[in-house]
Design a protein around this ligand. Structure first.
Ligand code: PMP
Ligand code: GLU
Length: 392
């Protein structure tokens, strides 16, 4: 019997970050000394008070279906967070909890895009943005950036990408995979362009909001351009800030019509995010940024020592991370010296010969680069970089 799969599935590949992580884990399980720098997942344990809140929730019987868009106490915790961090006001019907930020982003694409509608995506991008747009039948319009412009879009590039058909604009600061953070001034200029396109909904993917380093501070687009609030949707979650990737809790805050459409979608697909996780997430938000100070310091130390080691490898150019926990080196010189075809072949060679797993830049729309997720301890990250240098 021939199994026929729907046409829409041929528009996308499986997530390369998840696939490479699985491959690295399988190799490690088979006894190889693999240093896995693929996946964007903090290696820290979820803080104890969050675990305790989950155990308590189980004991209290919070083990049943909830409303598809999440329980009210969680919505109030999200509302409080957005008010305290950014002075933004939301009502419960403008908030939806979902099974991860990824789930919220997917539902936004499904709720907003008609076939042929355009979604503007700064490139390099997080792997799932174009896939979500494609699954919803939309067209991705990429804005190219590179090392020389700090991987940041400019107002003129944004203007050139926007058309009458633009329905979505993705913004992600701090960025996965580049680790760059947009400043207040940069956001002000981008907001000016966006204000001329009232039909476009802006997605602020704030998942790395709490992970910024040195003088780089997170600024919210809506604090510099509050006039965009009625067509901006904030996406965030607990995965990265509280080391809770496996718990699956994200959320969106935005116009109530959009949130209602997403709720409808959830009611027919996943139903509510895990009831126990919702209670744990309330505790996470109570901890806030102050509760993760140690994790932040560790990431900052790791990233800066990895940056130093990385940039001492001939043929590699890399910007220091301003936020998130990634380095995104340009590796054209390394590709040339090692005599391989491209970044994909380079990552294969590095995995095979140095037993270090990285994600090729092609996965993020930027060939000639690769992504290093500093999600293992400093010693291991530095050992990984020494092994790569030894290939030369
Ligand atoms: N946005 C970005 C930019 C990410 O890197 C990730 C990675 N997991 C997500 C969204 C989704 O996070 P989650 O679904 O774990 O909340
Ligand atoms: N976002 C993480 C990453 O970029 C996790 C993997 C995924 O969700 O694709 O590695």
């Amino acid at each position: 019997m021939t199994i026929t799969i729907a046409d829409r599935m041929s528009a996308v590949q499986a997530s390369p970050t998840m696939a490479l992580n699985a491959k690295a884990k399988t190799m490690a399980q088979a006894g190889q000394d693999i240093i896995n720098l693929t996946v964007g997942e903090p290696d820290f344990d979820t803080p104890d008070p969050i675990k305790k809140a989950a155990i308590q929730a189980i004991q209290d019987g919070a083990t049943k279906y909830t409303a598809p868009d999440g329980i009210l106490p969680l919505k109030y915790a999200i509302i409080k967070k957005l008010k305290e961090d950014h002075g933004l006001n939301y009502e419960p019907q403008e908030i939806i909890a979902s099974c991860g930020a990824k789930h919220s982003l997917y539902n936004i694409a499904m709720a907003v895009l008609n076939p042929g509608d355009e979604a503007v995506i700064p490139c390099p991008y997080w792997v799932s943005y174009p896939a979500m747009v494609a699954l919803a039948g939309g067209q991705s319009v990429m804005i190219e950036t590179d090392y020389d412009n700090s991987f940041k879009i400019t107002p003129s590039k944004l203007e050139a990408a926007m058309t009458d058909k633009t329905r979505l604009v993705f913004l992600n600061s701090p960025s996965n995979p580049t680790g760059m953070v947009y400043s207040r001034e940069e956001l002000q200029k981008l907001a000016k362009v966006l204000s001329a396109y009232p039909k476009a909904i802006i997605i602020c993917d704030d998942i790395y909001e709490y992970l910024t380093f040195g003088e780089h501070e997170f600024t919210h687009l809506l604090t510099v351009a509050p006039e965009l609030k009625d067509r901006t949707v904030i996406v965030n979650g607990v995965s990265k800030s509280y080391a809770m990737t496996g718990w699956r809790l994200g959320y969106a805050a935005g116009p109530k019509e959009l949130i209602l459409a997403m709720k409808k979608l959830q009611s027919h697909s996943t139903s509510n995010p895990c009831s126990i996780t919702q209670h744990a997430a309330i505790e996470a938000m109570t901890l806030g940024k102050a509760g993760i100070a140690d994790m932040l310091t560790t990431f900052e130390e790791r990233l800066s020592s990895a940056h130093e080691a990385l940039t001492s490898i001939p043929g590699v150019r890399a910007l220091p991370a301003q936020g998130a926990f990634y380095l995104f080196p340009e590796v054209h010189g390394l590709i040339e010296q090692l005599g391989v075809a491209d970044d994909i072949a380079l990552c294969e060679l590095i995995l095979e010969k140095a037993q270090v797993a990285l994600v090729p830049g092609t996965a993020f729309g930027s060939p000639g680069h690769c992504r290093i997720s500093c999600a293992v301890d400093k010693k291991r990250v530095n050992e990984a970089l020494s092994r790569i240098r030894a290939l030369l």
